[in-house]
Design a protein around this ligand. Structure first.
Ligand code: URA
Length: 241
């Protein structure tokens, strides 16, 4: 059971506040009866109508996409470029959870579950994200220590994470660095490297929480299992504690 205004907002009718107005103004019926008070609770078995039309919750859907380069992480792009949503063939209104830059590749979640999306992208969510960054030059041990401990970025210290040199390629004078961070600030990985003078040539997200790219090729996606969805919800609860 949940409050009628929450139910309406989850059905995509309107925001919770606007849904309250609809209720108070007598636009909402539950099982054929107009409801004008705000305390009423409903379940998925109740028939809810707004302005004479039945409203229902969309079934929740969850996808893991291996995002290719040159794709925008949003629902629509005003310049008409392809978006991550264009790559997933579903009818429901899914959207990406957080963002990867246009030129970043790798794991990104898409869903129409606003509650889970909010939990995972909340600044305190602490969801681990693992990247491999190819940076210009040799990545020094001391810089790995500094970045792992946290540095000032836009006046705020980054949370502790892991920055570790995997391989230095002499031929191209570039380093492959494993990065694990739990925040999701805009362009965070690139900005952290850049604050110490490193240019990021390539960036790939290998893992989002426990979800890696195993079995997926660039541009491919798969549905999450119920177990994985539950794990994502419980992850947040663990981190809350
Ligand atoms: N950090 C970045 O700088 N870019 C991304 O796409 C993801 C993390």
């Amino acid at each position: 059971m949940e409050r009628l205004q929450k139910f309406l907002s989850e059905c995509g009718v309107a925001s919770r506040r606007k849904s309250e107005e609809l209720i108070v103004n007598g636009k909402v019926k539950v099982n054929g009866v107009i409801v004008k008070t705000l305390g009423v609770k409903v379940s998925d078995n109740d028939i809810v109508m707004v302005n004479g039309e039945v409203v229902k919750k969309d079934l929740k859907e969850y996808y893991l996409l291996y995002k290719p380069r040159g794709i925008i992480s949003s629902v629509k792009d005003e310049k008409g470029r392809k978006t991550v949503v264009d790559l997933v063939d579903v009818d429901s209104k899914i959207y990406p959870v957080g963002r990867l830059d246009y030129d970043t590749t790798g794991a990104i979640l898409l869903t129409n579950d606003g509650e889970l999306s909010n939990l995972l992208t909340h600044p305190n969510s602490n969801v681990n994200k693992e990247y491999v960054a190819k940076v210009k030059g040799f990545f020094k041990k001391n810089d790995a220590i500094l970045l792992s401990k946290g540095i000032l970025l836009d006046g705020k210290k980054t949370k502790p994470g892991l920055f570790k040199l995997k391989k230095y390629d002499k031929k191209t004078d570039s380093s492959y660095v494993k990065v694990v961070i739990s925040e999701g600030r805009n362009h965070q990985v690139k900005d952290m490297f850049s604050s110490l003078g490193y240019e990021v040539l390539k960036l790939k997200r290998e893992r989002y929480a426990f979800l890696n790219l195993n079995g997926l090729k660039s541009g491919q996606y798969r549905k999450l299992s119920l177990k994985e969805v539950k794990q994502l919800y419980s992850l947040k609860q663990k981190n809350k504690a």
